[in-house]
Design a protein around this ligand. Structure first.
Ligand SMILES: [Zn+2]
Length: 94
């Protein structure tokens, strides 16, 4: 779809860490576009957190005036805190 080169590819962890802001519409348009493009391209990070369906639906609505449902935001917050803990405790693979 887009011809983004490798060095411009956003890292999954960066996207995941900003998805919450994205859903809250708290990030800038630039960041939002970046995240949206990444999510279009890469469903790995979404699948990883079990939020693929919800986020895809939100993205499909193009982020008009809608914010994410509170339930999804809660779930994301929990997932993200788990993610942080995991990346701190798993500095190397077994
Ligand atoms: Zn990704």
């Amino acid at each position: 779809m887009s011809d983004v080169s490798d060095d411009q590819k956003t890292d999954c962890s960066v996207v995941i860490s900003e998805v919450y802001l994205y859903l809250d519409l708290e990030c800038s348009n630039d960041r939002r576009n970046l995240i949206q493009n990444h999510l279009d391209d890469c469903s790995d990070c979404l699948r990883e957190y079990g939020i693929e369906h919800e986020v895809k639906a939100l993205v499909a609505r193009c982020c008009g005036d809608e914010t994410a449902p509170a339930e999804l935001r809660e779930r994301l917050k929990i997932k993200l805190s788990e993610y942080v803990v995991e990346s701190e405790t798993r500095e190397y693979l077994p």
